[in-house]
Design a protein around this ligand. Structure first.
Ligand code: SF4
Length: 353
């Protein structure tokens, strides 16, 4: 049994000497800045997040500016970070905080957790890091450390790990302790080849004492992902611009701009003409590729074509100029396809046909 006080002192002493204290969100600490950083850091490494965070904060320095932003701009700044529901929820939550709470973040953990996109660990991080509240966190880094120290498989022992997180989180110095645990997970107790010889917790760590660090936190039981298929149409007009359409706000790539999507190549021309009033010509298939979501694989079959008219008949569509890209949120596969186009895409399509 590890005494909480000993655990805390060990972690805090390590943090004083080795912890990170210069991350952009550790300066001018506010609930807003901590919240943005925590959401970006979900599923994403610190080094990747830093430039995104700095740009985002430049555009939206506080919750009021984010609430007033257009969703397209927010999604555009998020392009490349993936998991776009995070950006949509940020925007939604900013609006709720401004409209219902006069721009102030709730200090109550349960209220924080009731906001879109804020789970228990994120609420704990906002409260402990920016409000000096006693609130435990259990993000991926902390989970890995506790799972190894106690040799508990993470997926099967969420409740036990939360109890341990509560037990070890001190009443005082909570912010430093929270940051220290995140840093230990990110810098020392890393996923592959943890640096146990440098770890202050090695004296308590069961996995280390038994040489089983790599067996923890363990994997989620594997499940075979279903495969879905779609055709994405890269349709060019006479100026070489590509037709994009805004996706519904829910579902995959919600609220992002995407290429028209089809499931049946045989009827593509007829269906497209019926829906959009444009007849695609000179169709040519590009190499298919796979994009994997949490719950399924999506096999994407891109097709290029030339439009017989520059008009669009529906709202929520526009002709995108790859040479002067508009500030829009694009899904990763669409961004990839557009980046493959030549400097003069019209020539390329004509050549290809
Ligand atoms: S001793 Fe190794 S496995 Fe245990 S907490 Fe430290 S780094 Fe992680």
């Amino acid at each position: 049994m590890i005494k909480a006080k000993n655990f805390q002192q060990t972690v805090l002493a390590w943090y004083q000497r080795h912890g990170r204290k210069d991350l952009p969100w550790q300066k001018k600490i506010t609930p807003y800045r901590v919240w943005i950083s925590e959401i970006m850091l979900q599923q994403t490494q610190v080094n990747t997040v830093i430039p995104y965070f700095e740009k985002f904060i430049k555009y939206y320095p506080d919750v009021n500016s984010l609430a007033a932003a257009h969703e397209d701009e927010v999604l555009h700044l998020w392009t490349g970070l993936g998991y776009y529901a995070r950006a949509r929820n940020l925007h939604k939550t900013a609006k709720m905080i401004v409209e219902k709470r006069q721009g102030k973040f709730p200090e109550d953990i349960a209220l924080l957790q009731s906001l879109p996109g804020i789970g228990r660990s994120t609420a704990g991080a906002i409260a402990s890091l920016s409000m000096k509240k006693h609130a435990p966190i259990l993000d991926g880094n902390v989970k890995r450390v506790l799972s190894r120290v106690h040799m508990l498989k993470a997926y099967e022992n969420q409740d036990k790990l939360w109890l341990l997180a509560e037990k070890y989180t001190p009443q005082k110095n909570t912010a430093a302790y929270t940051q220290a645990m995140m840093d230990l997970g990110a810098m020392i107790c890393v996923r592959n080849q943890p640096k146990c010889e440098m770890c202050p917790l090695s004296k308590y760590c069961k996995a280390y004492s038994q040489g089983q660090q790599n067996d923890f936190p363990g994997k989620r039981p594997a499940k075979k992902l279903p495969v879905k298929k779609i055709i994405l149409l890269l349709l060019q007009n006479s100026e070489g611009k590509i037709l994009l359409e805004k996706r519904p706000s829910t579902g995959i790539w919600g609220g992002l701009w995407s290429l028209p999507e089809f499931h049946d190549e045989k009827n593509l021309i007829k269906d497209f003409h019926q829906k959009y009033g444009i007849r695609p010509k000179k169709l040519k298939s590009l190499a298919p590729f796979r994009h994997t979501f949490t719950h399924f694989h999506l096999d994407i079959f891109p097709i290029t074509a030339i439009a017989d008219t520059d008009k669009t008949s529906l709202s929520g569509q526009f002709w995108y100029d790859p040479q002067k890209p508009a500030a829009l949120g694009l899904s990763a596969p669409v961004k990839k396809l557009l980046s493959r186009l030549d400097v003069n895409p019209l020539n390329r399509f004509n050549k290809a046909s």
